[in-house]
Design a protein around this ligand. Structure first.
Ligand SMILES: [Zn+2]
Length: 140
């Protein structure tokens, strides 16, 4: 009997008016960019309209090296979507800029992840029109 395996794609990220620039820069430049206040230089993530520190509307986009460490993580053993193969980890990375970003690892198994693990970002062309920020062990 021949079975046709149906490839199920992972769901695409949700975009809003506030976050669309983040996704555009990632797709076009293939580098992580973070939002920073032009007035007090405070970084924000996820992107927002105003600075959370000084309430300024003068937000700018600056490239980030995307280096940091795993602040926290969870390992999923039960899939919440057919596009996600278990087990997999979801990490919360604290970047050197002081902001945190949710992602996945690309170069290790879920049981190898630990809090404080030094990581750096990679840009993964997950969809034809959307790239995602993922992380690997820091090598430098
Ligand atoms: Zn500010």
């Amino acid at each position: 009997m021949v079975q046709n395996k149906v490839e199920v794609q992972t769901p695409k990220p949700m975009m809003s008016q506030d976050t669309v620039k983040f996704w555009e820069l990632l797709q076009e430049k293939k580098q992580l960019h973070l939002q920073r206040c032009s007035d007090c230089k405070t970084y924000s993530h996820p992107p927002r309209v105003t600075c959370h520190k000084c309430r300024s509307f003068n937000m700018e986009w600056v490239p980030s090296e995307g280096k940091g460490e795993v602040h926290s993580y969870v390992v999923y053993h039960r899939s919440v979507h057919p596009g996600f193969e278990v087990p997999y980890e979801v990490i919360l990375v604290e970047l050197e800029e002081g902001v945190r970003i949710v992602s996945n690892m690309v170069d290790c198994k879920p049981d190898e992840v630990y809090i404080g693990m030094p990581v750096e970002h990679v840009v993964e062309q997950t969809f034809e029109d959307i790239s995602l920020v993922k992380f690997k062990r820091q090598t430098t």
